[in-house]
Design a protein around this ligand. Structure first.
Ligand code: GRF
Length: 194
């Protein structure tokens, strides 16, 4: 099973996925691509021998379709069976998403359906939530709304800031995403609940 991973920054989630796809794991990484040529994750992926690509979305200001057409080139060349969005910070059009219907995953740093969109940790803190966490879901045209594939919970602690909560959630993201991909790669859609 061929897996392409889309990133925008450091790629810590991508790294955990790549590092997990070894041995008896049925999947292998075939491409790491980014909307930012400066994304630190690209060098980290290349260091692990994974082919990389970058399409600068600044080259397509307001032309979302143009950016996606450019991104599709290396993506389709890699012939992925599964696409994992991992810290990918661009909203994809329904056309793009539909091309990979049923085989595109995303990790979102909240307990969806709560806090779709941005600033999830600040919103959880402002709401006084006792718990926070992360969710892996199938990507559908509606933002952060597809079928749930996995979820991990963490406690919100007194004195938490968005940064301290984000750090606690990120640790769980790194556990959750590889566990979900292992199931998804063999057609098992049973949610992983950590
Ligand atoms: C993190 O905030 C994570 O919660 C979200 O994307 C951000 C960057 O992740 N999924 P990564 O280190 O680039 O994987």
């Amino acid at each position: 099973t061929r897996v392409a991973i889309l990133i925008s920054g450091g790629g810590s989630n991508m790294l955990r996925l790549v590092e997990d796809m070894t041995g008896d794991h049925p999947a292998r990484p075939v491409l790491v691509a980014s909307n930012d040529p400066q994304a630190a994750g690209l060098a980290r992926a290349a260091a692990l021998g994974v082919p990389v690509a970058a399409v600068d979305h600044h080259d397509f200001s307001r032309d979302r379709a143009g950016f996606e057409a450019a991104l599709l080139q290396p993506l389709l060349d890699a012939r992925p069976d599964i696409i994992c969005l991992a810290g990918f910070m661009r909203i994809l059009t329904p056309d793009f998403v539909q091309r990979f219907a049923g085989r595109m995953l995303n990790i979102h740093p909240s307990l969806l359906p709560k806090y779709a969109g941005l600033d999830t940790h600040a919103r959880a803190l402002a709401a006084g939530d006792a718990q926070a966490g992360c969710t892996v879901h199938e990507v559908t045209p509606e933002l952060d709304s597809g079928p749930l594939l996995g979820q991990a919970r963490v406690p919100v602690l007194l004195g938490d800031t968005p940064e301290s909560l984000a750090a606690r959630v990120l640790v769980q993201e790194h556990r959750l995403y590889p566990a979900v991909l292992r199931r998804f790669a063999v057609g098992d859609r049973t949610p992983v609940l950590l």
